[in-house]
Write a protein that binds this ligand. Structure first.
Ligand code: CUA
Length: 320
């Protein structure tokens, strides 16, 4: 694959053929009109050139409504096709399927750190199964990076201060380039890795395999350990009269805030409420939670979020 020239990257995700079709459509329309206009300029230049020094126009042209309307409506219709086509592909790129496999990814100068929910960690490599949607929660430890896999036609910025989502479904086993596509410092160009797409059985085997030197602990369990070690469980006890809101079942549900508004408890909201809890106070609770900004790494935050997600709606907020 490397060394051979090709006009476009290999196509290895379900979204790739759709992106390519739109890309070729826009390219074809652009080429057609560029050639048409350039061609007409040359034809008119020759055909209507001044033949004698004293030549004057034989009749004056006052324009044509039919022509004006046609070259307004036709390009409008074509660009609307591009817009709605592009918007629909964008919408499907932005909406991960519910059954997607979930992987946390953190960009930092200058590497990509990934952790599977089962606990397996990787650096600059992400193993995924073929034929299964994979959702990535992408954060940054320092500056803006951009997670870019040309073969999958996905690119998502890793922005400090928030958790972004991306997803793909690989269609062919193999190894595919992973780039950082946002200049992030001196070794930006070295911030590269690969996505390794495996057959489902081989992937399961890989996932269950041991990591040298470190026990494989599920992400939600790591989050639970953080939750207890840092004393979160004292207030988020889930018991009546607790000093902090119960967390069971909170993920994905609406949360009433002290200022009267409501937010959906998604990953970005939970992240903010862990690091800067006073930004959006939950209705009925005082600003007593310590600020964890600077005390937790992005990985720790993602682990605590995974723990909160794992709490079923029925149980207490801080079961142990
Ligand atoms: Cu990270 Cu460029």
């Amino acid at each position: 694959m490397i060394g051979k020239f090709s006009l476009i990257p290999p196509s290895a995700s379900t979204i790739a053929p759709q992106v390519d079709a739109l890309f070729w459509f826009i390219s074809a329309v652009t080429a057609f009109f560029s050639l048409l206009i350039a061609g007409l300029i040359v034809v008119f230049m020759v055909r209507y050139r001044r033949r004698r020094d004293d030549e004057v126009p034989q009749h004056e042209e006052h324009g044509s409504y039919a022509l004006e309307i046609a070259w307004t409506i036709i390009p409008f219709a074509i660009t609307m096709v591009m817009f709605f086509w592009g918007a629909s592909i964008y919408a499907s790129i932005k909406r991960p399927p519910d059954d997607a496999l979930h992987i946390n990814v953190v960009g930092k100068q200058w590497m990509w750190k990934a952790q599977h929910m089962e606990g397996k960690r990787e650096i600059n490599e992400i193993h995924v199964p073929v034929g299964r949607p994979v959702r990535l929660s992408i954060a940054s430890e320092d500056v803006i990076h951009s997670f870019y896999v040309p073969a999958f036609r996905i690119k998502q910025d890793a922005v400090p201060g928030r958790i972004n989502q991306a997803w793909f479904e690989a269609t062919k086993p193999g190894e595919y380039h992973l780039f950082c596509a946002e200049y992030c410092g001196t070794i930006h160009s070295g911030m590269i890795g690969k996505i390794i797409v495996m057959e489902p059985a081989a992937f399961q085997q890989w996932l269950a395999g041991a990591t040298p030197g470190a026990p494989v602990v599920p992400v939600a369990e790591l989050g639970r350990q953080q939750f207890e070690q840092r004393g979160c469980v004292t207030c988020h006890s889930g018991k009546p009269g607790a000093l902090a809101p119960a967390l069971a079942g909170v993920f994905g549900s609406p949360v009433p805030l002290a200022d009267g508004s409501t937010v959906t408890a998604d990953e970005s909201y939970l992240r903010e409420s862990i690091l800067n809890p006073h930004a959006k106070l939950v209705a009925g609770f005082g600003p007593i939670m310590p600020v964890y900004q600077g005390l937790l790494s992005e990985e720790n935050v993602m682990q605590i979020i995974a723990y909160v997600k794992s709490l079923a709606a029925a149980g207490g907020g801080g079961h142990s």
